[in-house]
Design a protein around this ligand. Structure first.
Ligand SMILES: NC(=O)c1ccc[n+]([C@@H]2O[C@H](COP(=O)([O-])OP(=O)(O)OC[C@H]3O[C@@H](n4cnc5c(N)ncnc54)[C@H](OP(=O)(O)O)[C@@H]3O)[C@@H](O)[C@H]2O)c1
Length: 259
């Protein structure tokens, strides 16, 4: 584990909305300069201007589509750069896909993997090399409670998040003793733009299942910086995962078939 607090620049992907915007605010409140990444350049500039004015920090923006080679290269180059090294990487950008597998062109599932898996792998690769060279830094990847559950309604999404969790645990072992902290945050349903973008209606979910982005980010950061590798924010979601592990698998499949 590195000696917190880190003071250098932090890079957040998917920083214009939801959890990413909340990470950016938290890191700005720590006095960290920021690099914000997303596709929508106008929205990035607006977010950067707000953070500069409110927290009196420097904020740069990188408009990049992380589902593409060019977008990943642009951000990886920033992570590898020796001037003003990035000390915190938050791999947060991600998309959901809730159409039954096979009912939409495979390219939709492939694009999901490009962003949720390949971009995380590529940016982590650039960051771990740069950070271990200086002996300080943190890489925090955003997974989901879906990583722990078989999900009939979100097949590729759940599998992508299982990959993120397993990948991060392995990377955390690799990084032990290097001065670099590596961890993964696995949120439950959180009020953001995520489900509207995925065009899924979750209005039937009870209110207690919905989390607030501020709560997820505060708990997640505290867990990872406190030495946990895998953080599942809130007691109710930790209990749900424990229960899913205790249930006989065939029963769990019945419960999760349409979820
Ligand atoms: N909300 C939940 O219930 C929930 C639960 C568990 C896990 N998560 C995970 O949390 C992470 C953040 O989700 P969120 O809920 O905060 O979603 P969100 O509100 O939809 O925000 C997504 C962010 O990612 C950016 N983005 C999307 N596609 C991108 C691409 N191809 N390249 C670069 N940036 C891209 C978006 O900006 P642009 O559109 O401008 O690119 C936006 O800033 C995701 O990894 C998600 O899987 C969310």
């Amino acid at each position: 584990m590195s000696t917190h607090p880190l003071l250098g620049t932090a890079l957040v992907t998917g920083a214009t909305s939801g959890l990413g915007a909340e990470f950016a605010r938290r890191l700005a409140a720590e006095g960290r300069n920021l690099v914000l990444v997303a596709r929508d350049a106008e929205r990035l500039e607006a977010a950067a201007a707000e953070l500069r004015e409110r927290y009196l920090i420097e904020v740069w923006v990188l408009a990049a589509d992380l589902a593409t080679d060019d977008g990943c290269r642009l951000v990886s180059d920033r992570l590898s750069g020796r001037d003003d090294p990035i000390e915190t990487l938050i791999n947060n950008a991600g998309v959901g896909l809730y159409e039954p597998f096979g009912s939409v062109p495979l390219s939709r599932d492939e694009a999901l993997l490009d962003l949720n898996v390949r971009a995380v792998q590529r940016l982590s690769h650039a960051a771990i090399n740069a950070m271990t060279a200086t002996g300080r830094g943190e890489i925090i990847n955003i997974s989901s409670v879906s990583a722990f559950l078989p999900r009939g309604a979100a097949v590729s999404y759940a599998a992508s998040k299982a990959w993120v969790t397993a990948f991060t645990e392995g990377l955390a072992l690799t990084a032990m003793g290097s001065g670099v902290t590596v961890g993964v945050i696995c949120p439950g349903f959180t009020r953001t733009e995520f489900h509207a973008r995925a065009q899924v209606d979750l209005s039937h979910l009870p209110a207690w299942m919905w989390l607030d982005a501020g709560q997820v980010v505060a708990e997640g950061l505290a867990d990872i910086r406190g030495g946990q590798v895998v953080s599942v924010p809130t007691r109710r979601y930790r209990a749900m995962i424990l229960l899913s592990r205790l249930l006989p698998r065939p029963l769990l499949y019945r419960v999760m078939a349409s979820r």
